[in-house]
Each structure stands twice: as structure tokens, then as C-alpha cells.
Design a binder for this molecule. Structure first.
Ligand code: FAD
Ligand code: DLZ
Ligand code: SF4
Length: 513
């Protein structure tokens, strides 16, 4: 019998429990999966991210076939590949004589808007189903946000704890507190025994993909060496199990720590799997809840970890869809400097930035504090255009998808939404990085010096940032101590700080764009 439903599965929809597969009969449907140039090129994805996505797509196609589905899989280098999802859908409709298309909604405004035009252009009905691989639906988030003056994550998170029962003891939060962050700020010591994520050796499918990506994208950012990411659900689960056993108990303690040469510390490295569907966020959180109830992990670790997924991940998604496509253009602090070349080359004397960019180039990974307090903090202090920075973050991490990356960049890291997401800018001088890492020891700049060409650039840019944004930030209660300090300094001293900040930018090669 001719197949009459074409089910399109996108590269970040690699879950068996995806809405597009529900209620559709494998005997009268064909699944289309396509590696297409348009998705590989709309941003300069890291080469490890490309290899990860394509290899995971190919493995998922095999798993779907093994489960009885017919899968029409288009490889990037298949000669007739049209290069776009629309083009591949059109070709597949003719090939299979399909009469309708079913697809789960895309995780990005760009593609959602494009798909909205498909039905008219393709002349068969296109059924777009909600993506329900999350704790909260769009309607849940809208209901929570309705009528609130400030959309703070902490309150959303508490509601989610109550709604799900995760880490709850009756009506009370486990351990008597909602948030154990105060205990989660230990700097890591060099002699700690660091667990390594379980590594998966590339199989022949991954080897083929690595060769294809190397040949097709020779000039793209990012190393393809030492590829060890899981590319199947089974291996992603095995990596997560190893994290729960080896690293989760200390996740909370060292969540904010940074050490040169130690990219993973006690982090899970699962965002890449969650974001393409190889791991389910609900299963992950309940597994951690169970580990806490069994006494295997302390509450500060379990709570800290679950908050990132049940709280932050769900919350930023809600913000992304609520704020609309224009959110990408926000620039409340009017930051206009172009992204410095060293975000790609790592060619900078700032040891912290160099370490984070080199690690990003080699692994397509950096943990949250490296993203927020090193590369993000520097861009904030230096007044880098948030949109240029957004394109960088979207490109360079294996876990980067716009719905999660954009609010983290524009809102949390750059305060470019004027404080919708963050209650204060995450701006910090070198002292913070010195306290939480060992980067400063190997740096040519002096983290204790405040001004002059030998001083830490984070210090030189910090006060000029506060002076520049005094009108907007001075009344923010969380900024009061800093502005009180500033108020004690006379106009000449403040002018000297501003001049030194400008000199610092010039020395770093950062000029007005
Ligand atoms: P862990 O530290 O082990 O945390 C566990 C999980 O919690 C993560 O896997 C992730 O799913 C979730 N999580 C933690 N923090 C956040 C957060 N702030 N927002 C949403 N989820 C969170 N995360 C992405 O998944 N994709 C991105 O493109 C992305 N871009 C970011 C850009 C900037 C500027 C910043 C500051 C943060 C960004 N994050 C992004 C959030 C966070 O940095 C990553 O989720 C985390 O570093 C991934 O590493 P991990 O899996 O080892 O996480
Ligand atoms: C990230 C990505 C890449 C690199 N390539 C593909 C692809 O070739 N085909 C595909 O269906 N999906 C790909 N993806 C994932 C999509 O870009 C993702 O679905 C959208 O960004 C929406 O989140
Ligand atoms: Fe970074 Fe400043 Fe420390 Fe150098 S001294 S590593 S630039 S914080």
C-alpha cells in the first residue's frame, strides 16, 4: 500500500516518544530525516556539533527502522540533496505519494516561521504538533507568567517542584529549603580526584560522519579530534548513569569552580543529549530524585542539579517562546563593539578567556560558569554587541539550540533584555575569577592591579561598565554596594577609570563597530 503520511523528524527530535510519531501507523507512513546544508550553515556550528548531530540522526534512523518504521534518510552528500528541509520534504512527497505531513514543532522561531509557510507552498496539509518533551507546556508557562511584574526563575521553579513532587516531602521542599546555592560555591582544588565523563569510542557510522564533516567543512571552527560523545540513547543513558555514580554527589559543591585543563569537573555533560532527545529531562530528574531518596547523593547536589533542569531549562524555554523572535535583537545596554577575533582564535593574553576558548574549540563544551563569568562577563564589560555574541554561543557548543541559548545569552549573560530574566547583570571583576579558578596564576595580567596596561582587563573594564550604566543600574538594590563605593570616588578619579577602560579596549584591539 502506498504510504500516505510523511513524518518529518528534525535533527533535535531524536526521541521515540515524540509527538509526530503518536497515533501514526508505521504501515501507512514514511519517516523523513534529512541532513541539509541549510541547517548546517545557518550558523557556523562547531565541527564536533555537526558530527554529533549527524551521527546521532543516522543512529536514530537505524533504531526507528529496527522498531518497524520505514525511514527515508537523506545524507548531506547524497547527490540529489536539495540542501533545505523544504526541498527535501517536496522531493519526498513525490517519491512516496504522501498526502499529508506530520511534524513536531521546531525549537526555533526561524524554522517555525518557515514551516508555517509550507502548507501553502507544498499543497498538502501540514500538521504541526506541540513538542511535549518538557515538564511545562507553553500554556503552563503563560499561566504562570500572567499578571506577574517580574518573571523570576526561583518562583517558577518552586511552582514546578510543587507541581511535579520532585524533591518534595509532602508540601515541603526536601531538606527544608528550596535552594541550597549558598553551599554550592566551593572553588575546586587541584588535588581533588576529578571524575571523567564515560567516553564512547566512535563506531563506523560516526567515523564516516567525522570524515564527511572534515571534508565538507575544512574551515569551520572546532576540532574533530577525540570525539567521544554518545550518539545513541543507550550510550547517553550509560554516560548519565556514570555521572550519577561518580560526579553528582559533588556537583553542588563545585558547580561554580573552574580549573585550567579540567573542562568537565563535576558537571554532567548531558545538555547535548537532552537537547536532541537522546535523554528525557523528566527521566533524568526522577533518577536524581531517587538517588537522593536512596541516600546516595546529598541534598545540595540533588537540588542544585534538578534546579538546572526543572528550573532554568524550562524557564528559559518559556521566556524564549513568550518574548518572540525580536528577543534576539534586544540590546538594552546599547553595546556595539564587534566580537573580538580571539573568541575564535583564542589568541589573547587573558589566561581565563584563552583557556575557555581553547577548551571550547577542542571539546565543543564549556560549563556554565565558564560561559557566564568568563566569555559572557568579558563581553558584557567590554560592551560587545549581544547579537554577535549570541551567534557565537549558538555556534560553538554541542548543546546549542536557540530556544535555550538565546535567553541565556541575551538575558542572563548580557542583560540585553534590560533585566527581564536576570535581577542584576552578571558583571564581575577579576577577583571573582581568581577566587573560583586557577586561571590567574598563569596569566600575564595582574589580577590584583586595578589600572594600567599590566592590570587584569576585567578589573580595568569593571568600573567603567558601572559608570556607563549608572542611570539604569544605580537604583537596582542588588547593585547598591557597588554604587556606594563608586559614589565615594570624586569626578577626577572616575574620569581616570573611564579613560583607563578605553585604553584597555584599545590595547585588546576592540574598537567601536
Ligand atoms: P550541568 O552543569 O551538568 O547542568 C545539568 C543540566 O542543567 C544541563 O545539562 C542543562 O540541561 C541544564 N542547565 C544548566 N544550566 C542551565 C541554564 N542556564 N539554562 C538552561 N539549562 C541549564 N545550555 C544549553 O543547553 N544550550 C545552550 O546553547 C546554552 N547556551 C548558554 C549560553 C550562555 C551565555 C550561558 C551563560 C549558558 C548557556 N547554557 C546553555 C546553559 C548551561 O551553561 C549549559 O546547559 C551547561 O553548561 C551544559 O553543561 P552540562 O550538561 O555539563 O550541565
Ligand atoms: C543542528 C542541526 C544540524 C546541524 N543539521 C540538521 C539537519 O541537517 N537536519 C535537521 O533536520 N536538523 C538539523 N539540525 C537541527 C535543527 O537545526 C533544529 O531542528 C532546529 O535548529 C530547531 O531547533
Ligand atoms: Fe583572567 Fe584577569 Fe585572571 Fe588574567 S588576571 S586570568 S585576565 S581574571
Amino acid at each position: 500500500m502506498a504510504a500516505y503520511t510523511l513524518i518529518l523528524i528534525l535533527g533535535d527530535q531524536l526521541s521515540f516518544d515524540i509527538s509526530s510519531l503518536r497515533g501514526t501507523d508505521p504501515s501507512t507512513s514514511v519517516i523523513l530525516m534529512g541532513e541539509v546544508a541549510a541547517e548546517a550553515d545557518y550558523v557556523w556550528h562547531h565541527r564536533k556539533k555537526l558530527a554529533f548531530v549527524f551521527s546521532a540522526m543516522r543512529h536514530h534512523a537505524d533504531a526507528l527502522r529496527a522498531a518497524g518504521w520505514t525511514v527515508d534518510y537523506i545524507k548531506l552528500d547524497d547527490p540529489p540533496n536539495s540542501g533545505s528541509l523544504r526541498g527535501e520534504v517536496s522531493r519526498a512527497l513525490i517519491r512516496h505519494g504522501a498526502e499529508r505531513i506530520v511534524v513536531t514543532e521546531a525549537g526555533e522561531w526561524r524554522l517555525r516561521e518557515e514551516m508555517a509557510g509550507w502548507a501553502a507552498a507544498i499543497a498538502v496539509p501540514v500538521e504541526v504538533r506541540p513538542d511535549d518533551r518538557f515538564f511545562a507546556s507553553d500554556a503552563d508557562f503563560t499561566a504562570w507568567a500572567e499578571g506577574r511584574k517580574a518573571l523570576r526563575m526561583e518562583y517558577f521553579y518552586r511552582q514546578m517542584r510543587r507541581a511535579t513532587g520532585l524533591l518534595m516531602e509532602g508540601d515541603d521542599p526536601a531538606g527544608g529549603r528550596w535552594n541550597f546555592d549558598a553551599e554550592n560555591r566551593k572553588p575546586a582544588a587541584r588535588d581533588l580526584l576529578m571524575p571523567r565523563p564515560r567516553q564512547i569510542a566512535p563506531d563506523s557510522v560516526t567515523e564516516d560522519v567525522l570524515a564527511m564533516v572534515a571534508a565538507r567543512f575544512p574551515d569551520r571552527f572546532g576540532s574533530l579530534d577525540d570525539f567521544w560523545f554518545a550518539v545513541t540513547a543507550e550510550d547517553a543513558e550509560a554516560q548519565f548513569d556514570a555521572f550519577v555514580a561518580d560526579a553528582l554527589p559533588r556537583f553542588g559543591d563545585y558547580q561554580d569552580a573552574m580549573l585550567a585543563g579540567e573542562p568537565w569537573l563535576y558537571h554532567s555533560v548531558i545538555a547535548l543529549y537532552l537537547n536532541i532527545g537522546l535523554l528525557d529531562p523528566r527521566a533524568v530528574c526522577w533518577r536524581v530524585d531517587a538517588a537522593w531518596r536512596a541516600g546516595d547523593v546529598p541534598i545540595n547536589a540533588a537540588e542544585g542539579f534538578i534546579r538546572q533542569i526543572l528550573g532554568w531549562r524550562e524557564y528559559v524555554r518559556g521566556i524564549y517562546w513568550r518574548e518572540g523572535p525580536d528577543y534576539a535583537q534586544r540590546n538594552a545596554l546599547d553595546a556595539r563593539h564587534p566580537l573580538p577575533d580571539f573568541y575564535w582564535s583564542a589568541d589573547t593574553d587573558m589566561a581565563c578567556v584563552r583557556a575557555c576558548v581553547e577548551q571550547t574549540r577542542d571539546t565543543a563544551y564549556a560549563h556554565h560558569i565558564q560561559r557566564l563569568m568568563v566569555t559572557g562577563n568579558f563581553a558584557l564589560l567590554a560592551g560587545i554587541d549581544p547579537h554577535a555574541l549570541h551567534l557565537w554561543y549558538l555556534a560553538v557548543y554541542a548543546d546549542a539550540y536557540e530556544w535555550v541559548e538565546l535567553p541565556n545569552t541575551v538575558g542572563m549573560s548580557q542583560f540585553a533584555d534590560g533585566g527581564l530574566l536576570a535581577s542584576k547583570p552578571y558583571a564581575a571583576s577579576g577577583a571573582y575569577i581568581d577566587r573560583m579558578s586557577d586561571y590567574c596564576r598563569g596569566c600575564r595580567y595582574d589580577v590584583k592591579a586595578k589600572a594600567g596596561s599590566g592590570a587584569c582587563p576585567f578589573n580595568r573594564l569593571y568600573w567603567p561598565f558601572l559608570i556607563r550604566h549608572r542611570d539604569r543600574l544605580a537604583n537596582n538594590p542588588r547593585m547598591t554596594p557597588m554604587y556606594r563605593t563608586l559614589a565615594r570616588w570624586d569626578a577626577a578619579r572616575q574620569a581616570a577609570l573611564v579613560a583607563d577602560g578605553a585604553a584597555c579596549l584599545a590595547e585588546l584591539g576592540i574598537e567601536k563597530g
